[in-house]
Design a protein around this ligand. Structure first.
Ligand code: PGA
Length: 243
């Protein structure tokens, strides 16, 4: 439903400080005003690189996102980062419920919903809620029911659909080089668009230079969430220009 495509680079726990600075510098040099017309571009470095990357991107049109956030504001919660601390460094977006956090760190949909609630009630950040089925579920044909249930459990009651991004990322396609077929993407995105007509819908999972244009042209795909390919400035720029 968005007019401009939303292209989000998820740097995950990759890159040391020099690597993150170099990548941000390359991106800030490459992206020009013409890109502003076609896409909203966001990069999500690790928490510790946010202050430095925000400085490097100061004069660029690229926006900043975080990869996670605590479900409450400034308080005693060891090892977590508060939404206010993200906003101080210029974050506009925050990824929530990425499948790596769900599968490897046990993050539940109920926790994701708490985070969405906190972010929408107390900050100006836009939450990007990630959902997606496993290969088992897809092979049994249960992907729509699974994704619908996971999404509903990950959204708090009364969620503001106009300030919400949902990223459909089939778990088996993340970092594997496998992408869902364009038909499968269209079917899931059509289903999600019927469910949540006002929400911006991203596809993620092995988005690369050679498949980005087709994916971005698919009905109800408002943008992409890019992992591995966003670590390469040239590849990421070509994906942006495919929008
Ligand atoms: P990938 O990661 O592009 O490396 O598959 C996508 C993601 O996890 O968001």
């Amino acid at each position: 439903m968005a007019v401009k495509k939303l292209i989000v680079g998820n740097w995950k726990m990759n890159l040391d400080a020099v690597g993150a600075r170099d990548l941000a510098t390359r991106l800030s040099e490459m992206t020009d005003d013409s890109l502003r017309e076609v896409a909203e571009v966001v990069v999500c470095p690790t928490f510790v690189h946010l202050p430095m990357v925000s400085q490097v991107l100061l004069a660029s049109t690229i926006k900043l996102g975080a990869q996670n956030c605590a479900p409450r504001g400034l308080s005693a919660l060891t090892g977590e980062v508060a939404s206010q601390q993200l906003e101080e460094f210029g974050c506009a977006y925050v990824l929530l419920g990425h499948s790596e956090r769900r599968a490897l760190l046990g993050e539940s949909s109920a926790t994701v919903a708490e985070k969405v609630r906190h972010i929408q009630d107390h900050t100006r950040l836009t939450p990007v809620v990630c959902v997606g089925e496993s290969l088992d579920v897809r092979e049994q044909g249960g992907e729509k029911a699974f994704v619908k249930a996971q999404l509903m459990d990950s959204l708090p009651e009364g969620v503001d659909h106009t300030r919400l991004v949902v990223a459909y990322e089939p778990f088996w396609a993340i970092g594997t080089g496998k992408t869902a077929s364009l038909d499968d993407i269209a079917a899931m995105h059509g289903f999600l668009a019927d469910l949540l007509p006002e929400v911006t819908l991203l596809y993620g999972g092995s988005v690369k230079v050679d498949n980005a244009a087709d994916i971005l042209k698919t009905n109800h795909v408002d943008g992409v969430l890019v992992g591995g390919a966003s670590l390469d400035a040239d590849a990421f720029e070509r994906i942006i220009r495919a929008a």
